[in-house]
Design a binder for this molecule. Structure first.
Ligand SMILES: Nc1ncnc2c1ncn2[C@@H]1O[C@H](COP(=O)(O)OP(=O)(O)OP(=O)(O)O)[C@@H](O)[C@H]1O
Length: 237
């Protein structure tokens, strides 16, 4: 079995005539935590959507767990163990917290059921206090936790978080980072897109920086920290 859970090669993605992703290679190995960084509009979300089958690249290949999946629908990609939490959430506002979580439950690709309803609630004590609430009655941070909790209920091999802490109060954001660490410790791979490079690089094995749809840096957190001029140049920090 391939050890690469995601193996995207030479991806070129367009929106109409705009050439957004320019020959990107991006891979995720089992157990790896990856930071995907870059300023606004550099193509991070488009890369994630290209992997998830939400946007079809014009050329390149996307293999998921060793299977060629480019152009396949998102649910088929999710079935291969990829859980995607898009920017801006996406819970079912008219369903309760319990319903949102329980409807997502399934075993992972190897039959694993590490993330049960009970474990998700232990990990997100705030949700436990809101079980009967409808999704739309939750605060932004609670909604984000519910989306992540729902993704974990699918027992994924890879968890993809696009701007999960965006707009959240610092205490709530800290809770999301704690959860990222728990996810890492349970051996699930993650791809984390976040503006806070300090938090990102604390938990990542590898970081990828995009500028105008191209990979301009790829390396470990110590490698990135050793080159502060890159942070300045590519992230504007
Ligand atoms: N549906 C769309 N149609 C046309 N252009 C789009 C669409 N979505 C994104 N774009 C453009 O594609 C480029 C890359 O956007 P993308 O959302 O992938 O960037 P990003 O790095 O995720 O940044 P952000 O943090 O702002 O989401 C931007 O120039 C954006 O304006």
């Amino acid at each position: 079995m391939s050890t690469l859970l995601i193996d995207a090669k030479a991806i070129n993605t367009y929106y109409g005539a705009s050439h957004i992703l320019r020959g990107i290679d991006f891979r995720v190995a089992r157990g790896e935590t990856i930071g995907l960084m870059g300023r606004n509009g550099m193509g991070k979300s488009t890369l994630l959507k290209s992997i998830m089958g939400l946007v079809k690249p014009r050329s390149g290949s996307v293999d998921i767990a060793g299977q060629p999946m480019m152009g396949r629908p998102p649910y088929e990609i999710a079935r291969l163990g990829i859980a995607y939490v898009p920017e801006g959430r996406g819970i079912f506002g008219n369903l309760s917290v319990v319903e949102n979580l329980k409807m997502a439950a399934r075993a992972g690709t190897r039959g694993q059921r590490d993330w049960t309803y009970e474990r998700v609630l232990e990990t997100f004590p705030r949700l436990k206090e809101r079980l009967g609430h409808g999704g739309q009655q939750l605060s932004g941070g609670e909604q984000q936790m519910l989306t992540i909790g729902r993704a974990l209920m699918t027992n994924p091999d890879v968890l993809i978080l696009d701007e999960a802490t965006e707009g959240l109060a610092p205490l709530i954001a800290r809770d999301i980072w704690r959860i990222c660490q728990v996810v890492r410790e349970t051996g699930i791979s993650s791809v984390i897109v976040d503006k806070n490079w300090k938090h990102v690089t604390q938990i990542t094995d590898r970081n990828v920086i995009l500028v105008k749809g191209e990979v301009v840096f790829e390396g470990s957190s110590p490698e990135l920290h050793a080159r502060p001029q890159l942070l300045q140049q590519y992230l504007g920090v």
